[in-house]
Design a protein around this ligand. Structure first.
Ligand SMILES: NC(=O)c1ccc[n+]([C@@H]2O[C@H](COP(=O)([O-])OP(=O)(O)OC[C@H]3O[C@@H](n4cnc5c(N)ncnc54)[C@H](OP(=O)(O)O)[C@@H]3O)[C@@H](O)[C@H]2O)c1
Length: 356
C-alpha cells in the first residue's frame, strides 16, 4: 500500500539569508535567563530587524546581568510582590515575548502575555497538557495575536531538506522511521529535567525532536504504543514510542535522560533510505542511499546557533499580520500535546498542572 505524501512544511523563506530584514523592527522581551534564553538571545542579535529590548527574571540582579551581557535596554526583576515577567508585560514598548521558563510555567506566563496584548513565542514543551495548550490557542485566536511553539528544528535548512527529500518520492513509499535523542542528565530531585513540579522527564523535554522526524515524513499516527522507565519521583527517565499508520508504516522513537545515544534518524522507503548525521535536532549532514550501492551526502552549516530561522519566521509572520506560522501551525502543537497526554496515560505519569 502506498504511503501518503507527507506535508513538508517548507518555509517560503528558506532560500533567503535568515539575518536579513523582512519588515519593520520588532521589540523583543525575553522571559527567564536560563540556558536557552542565552542561546536564543545570541541568535536574536543577528537579525537585522530585531531589537533586544527587555528581559525579565525572578531576580533583579539576574535580569540586570543578563541585560548587560546580551545588550538589552530594560531589565525587570520581581519587585514588591510583582513578578518580573508581569513588569515586562506591562511595558508598552514590548511587541513580542519569548517564554523560556521550565514547561510548567509556560501556561501561566503565556496566558498573561496574551492578555497583555503581546505576540508570543513559547519554548517546547508548549504546555504540560493539551487542555492548557487548547486554552492558550483559543485566547491567542480571540485576541488576534501571534502564537507559536519554539520547535526551532522545523525551520533548519537541514530538516526542511530532509522532509523535502522524503516527500519528493526519491526514497519511494516511506515504510518506517526511527529516531532517538538522549543524554545522561545528572539526577537531582530539584533540577527542572527531573522535578515533577516542573514537568520533568524525557517525554516533555526531548520527545518533540524524535517525533518531528515522524511528523515531517508521515504525519500524525493513528496509533501510539508507549513503554518507559518511570523513576521513584514518578517521571519518565526514558521512553520508547511505537507509532502506527493505517497504510502500514511504522515509527520507533526513543528519548532518554539516562543514555548517551547516537541521536540519529533513519527514514526508510521502498527505493532507499535517508539518515541524519550529527544530532537529530540540528543535523550537520544528510546521507541518501538508493538501490544497493548509490550514496550521496548533503552538508549543512546553520547560521548562528540555528535559532535564527525560527526567529526569522516569527518576525516575518508578525510583520505580515499572520497569527500563526504555516510551518509550525498551532494545530500541530495541540495534536502533539494530545499525543503526549496519551503517552503519559499509558506510562502513568501525571503532573501537578494536570489537576487544574
Ligand atoms: N529549543 C531548544 O533548543 C531548547 C533547549 C533547552 C531547553 N529548551 C526549553 O526551554 C525551557 C527552559 O529550559 P532551559 O534549559 O533554559 O532551563 P534552565 O537553564 O533551567 O532555565 C530556566 C529559567 O527559567 C527561570 N525559572 C526557573 N524556575 C522557574 C520557576 N519555577 N518559575 C519561573 N521561572 C523559573 C529561571 O530564570 P530566572 O532565574 O531568570 O527567573 C531559569 O534560569 C524548557 O521548557 C525547555 O524544554 C529548549
Amino acid at each position: 500500500m502506498s504511503a501518503p505524501i507527507a506535508k513538508p512544511w517548507l518555509s517560503s523563506q528558506s532560500d533567503q539569508d535568515p539575518r536579513s530584514a523582512t519588515g519593520s523592527p520588532l521589540r523583543w522581551g525575553i522571559i527567564a535567563t536560563g540556558g536557552i534564553a542565552r542561546s536564543v538571545s545570541q541568535d536574536l542579535a543577528l537579525l537585522a530587524d530585531a531589537e533586544l529590548y527587555a528581559v525579565s527574571s525572578r531576580g533583579q540582579d539576574t535580569a540586570d546581568a543578563f541585560a548587560v551581557a546580551y545588550d538589552f535596554a530594560k531589565a525587570y526583576g520581581d519587585d514588591g510582590g510583582v513578578p518580573g515577567y508581569q513588569r515586562l508585560l506591562a511595558d508598552e514598548q514590548v511587541d513580542v515575548v519569548y517564554v523560556a521558563t521550565p514547561h510548567a510555567q509556560h501556561y501561566e506566563i503565556v496566558l498573561a502575555a496574551l492578555n497583555a496584548g503581546k505576540h508570543v513565542l513559547c519554548e517546547k514543551a508548549f504546555t504540560i497538557n493539551a487542555r492548557e495548550a487548547s486554552e492558550l490557542i483559543d485566547v491567542a485566536r480571540s485576541r488576534n495575536l501571534f502564537l507559536m511553539e519554539a520547535v526551532w528544528s522545523r525551520f533548519l535548512p537541514s530538516m526542511q531538506r530532509a522532509f523535502e527529500i522524503a516527500a519528493s518520492g526519491e526514497l519511494g513509499d516511506i515504510h518506517w522511521v526511527t529516531a532517538d535523542l538522549g543524554f545522561p542528565a545528572p539526577y537531582s530531585p530539584t533540577a527542572r529535567l527531573w522535578a515533577r513540579k516542573d514537568g520533568g522527564g524525557a517525554l516533555l523535554d526531548l520527545s518533540v525532536y524524535p517525533l518531528l522526524w515522524a511528523l515531517g515524513t508521515l504525519g500524525f499516527p493513528q496509533t501510539v504504543s508507549a513503554s518507559g522507565f518511570i523513576n521513584d519521583d514518578g517521571v519518565d527517565a526514558q521512553n520508547a514510542l511505537t507509532l502506527g499508520y493505517n497504510h502500514g508504516a511504522q515509527v520507533q522513537l526513543t528519548s532518554s535522560l539516562l543514555a548517551h545515544g547516537p541521536r540519529t534518524a533513519t527514514v526508510a522507503g521502498s527505493l532507499g533510505f535517508l539518515q541524519s548525521v550529527g544530532s537529530i535536532n540540528n543535523p550537520s549532514e544528510l546521507t541518501v542511499s538508493t538501490g544497493w550501492d548509490s550514496r550521496r551526502a548533503e552538508a549543512f552549516e546553520p547560521v548562528g546557533g540555528g535559532y535564527v530561522y525560527e526567529l526569522r519566521e516569527v518576525t516575518r509572520c508578525i510583520q505580515q499580520g499572520l497569527t500563526e506560522s504555516p510551518v509550525m501551525p498551532l494545530e500541530d502543537t495541540l495534536n502533539t500535546m494530545r499525543l503526549f497526554d496519551g503517552v503519559r496515560a499509558q506510562l502513568g505519569v501525571s503532573y501537578p498542572n494536570d489537576r487544574h
